[in-house]
Ligand binder design. Sequence first.
Ligand SMILES: NC(=O)c1ccc[n+]([C@@H]2O[C@H](COP(=O)([O-])OP(=O)(O)OC[C@H]3O[C@@H](n4cnc5c(N)ncnc54)[C@H](OP(=O)(O)O)[C@@H]3O)[C@@H](O)[C@H]2O)c1
Length: 222
Amino acid sequence: MTRVVVSAFSVSLDGFAAGPAQGPDHPLGLGGLDLHQWFFSQKNFPPMRGATDAAHQVDAEHAAKALDGSGAFIMGRHMFGPQRGPWTDDGWKGWWGPNPPWHAPTFILTHHPRDPIRLEGGTTFHFVTGGIHDALDQARNAAGRRNVQIAGGVATIRQYLLADLIDDLQLSFSPILLGQGEPLLPGIDLKARGFTLTDRAIGAHALHVTLRRRPPQESVAA
Ligand SMILES: NC(=O)c1ccc[n+]([C@@H]2O[C@H](COP(=O)([O-])OP(=O)(O)OC[C@H]3O[C@@H](n4cnc5c(N)ncnc54)[C@H](OP(=O)(O)O)[C@@H]3O)[C@@H](O)[C@H]2O)c1
């Protein structure tokens, strides 16, 4: 059965998932790239003290599995690119080049209509102006029996959490402080919404946790 998942979403110790001042030179905001030390890392950043080969392997496995099982993706327009306001004819096709890593239909939430963009490797970007439910309906249809992954960014994941539409939330907490930027969880009571911790693993550069949402009746009965 299709599940709606968030996978390998990096969060700082102080709760930010993007730094401030996103722009062409800083897709993740100032300092935001450090959130992904665990993902890219291995050689470029010092591991946490005591990190073992097994811990490095934990990070590598989480990175390798990040897109597994997903047959469609949803993302916000800020994750797709640095433009704001109505689209201009600037030829922008996302940050990821001619063969993006999604390899599946990818639905981009925006208030500004735009024709789909078909790229190599199975990725087609569809621009959805009908809101989160419309995007999810389209993504479910496209995914078939596979999962729908809410890829980001922060405002997009928050909307799906607040609508109780995410089943599995896999977060990777990086041991950095951003101080400011886009905070992921303020005002969202994950416990009250039925999330429980189902998995945790210590990597060399992050703590990876998986939270699964149970339907309300299950939460009450438990
Ligand atoms: N930490 C991680 O692992 C991770 C992963 C992915 C992305 N990110 C980062 O997250 C940041 C982006 O997050 P963000 O919170 O700034 O923005 P976002 O969620 O990517 O996009 C927000 C924008 O999407 C459009 N949008 C969102 N919901 C909509 C709706 N219901 N209806 C219509 N349009 C809607 C709006 O754009 P318009 O009104 O302009 O159309 C809105 O301003 C980037 O820095 C990205 O690199 C981090």
